[in-house]
Design a protein around this ligand. Structure first.
Ligand SMILES: [Zn+2]
Length: 267
């Protein structure tokens, strides 16, 4: 029986208008850096890996080149105190981290790709467009969000990476599906999960930041392509209506709080 766990690897208080364009400038929105574990009868799937606690502790020494951009713009806003890393969260829920078969990355921003090195035995499922852009983002704000220390290892022969170029059915039974939702970033994807009791859940990542953003078509000012992001938001809305699905946005704190607290899982 498939189950879904929701973890929070860190708290990130955003400037409100940086996530919803022109909305409440100067106010804070207390957000989070989640990841999810899907326990499917045929294997374990981790969706995203949260934020790296090593990055938060010492941005200057993180990865081969450090992450000075992080120190500049987010260091004071992110706290990992009392939060588990992705691997610790998986272990706390009672699973061996080396038993994670797949890691699906919605995208490679630092609050989603921070725990990659904690899962060296997994197969990584990432959209090709995301992998390509992460190495050399044109936009200076996007450049701060892609930290080489997070995802650089994916280029090493030790890591197994499957480059996706569209939809992907993880187990071939339709119960865990990757669906491209570009816009927030070039290769952003969402994950659609069928659960036996709850029904369909869409882990929509950063397709939009909050419920209000979905309802009112609000995107952050740094979206890679705002029009593409709005089209992806509409796609998620349509999919939710068609499949009577619940949408879980990564950074909507209420969405996260509505999910069971580990070791409890959504069934
Ligand atoms: Zn993002």
């Amino acid at each position: 029986m498939t189950e879904l766990y929701a973890f929070n690897t860190g708290d990130w208080a955003y400037e409100y208008s940086s996530m919803l364009r022109l909305k409440n400038p100067g106010e804070r929105y207390p957000s989070l850096c989640p990841c999810y574990l899907i326990d499917h009868p045929e294997g374990l799937v981790l969706v995203d890996t949260g934020v790296s606690h090593d990055l938060v502790a010492n941005p200057a020494e993180y990865g081969a080149y450090g992450a000075p951009g992080f120190a500049d713009f987010a260091a004071d806003d992110v706290s990992v105190e009392g939060r588990p890393s992705a691997a610790d969260a998986v272990a706390d829920a009672g699973y061996d981290t080396s038993a994670v078969d797949y890691v699906v990355l919605t995208h490679l921003h630092l609050d989603h790709a921070g725990g990659i090195t904690e899962f060296p035995d997994a197969e990584f499922l990432v959209q090709r467009d995301e992998l390509a852009y992460a190495w050399w983002p044109a936009d200076p704000v996007q450049r701060r969000l892609y930290v080489e220390g997070d995802f650089g290892v994916l280029r090493t022969p030790d890591y197994e990476v499957t480059e996706l170029t569209g939809r992907h059915d993880v187990f071939g039974d339709g119960s865990v599906r990757c669906v491209p939702t570009p816009g927030h970033s070039p290769g952003h994807q969402s994950v659609v999960v069928d659960l036996p009791e709850t029904g369909t859940v869409v882990l929509a990542g950063d397709t939009a930041f909050t419920e209000e953003a979905v309802e009112r078509d609000l995107q952050p000012p740094f979206a890679w392509d705002t029009e593409a992001a709005l089209a992806s938001t509409r796609r998620i809305r349509d999919l939710a209506r068609r499949e009577d699905a619940d949408v879980v946005l990564a950074h909507d704190r209420e969405h996260h709080e509505d999910l069971p607290t580990p070791p409890n899982a959504l069934e």
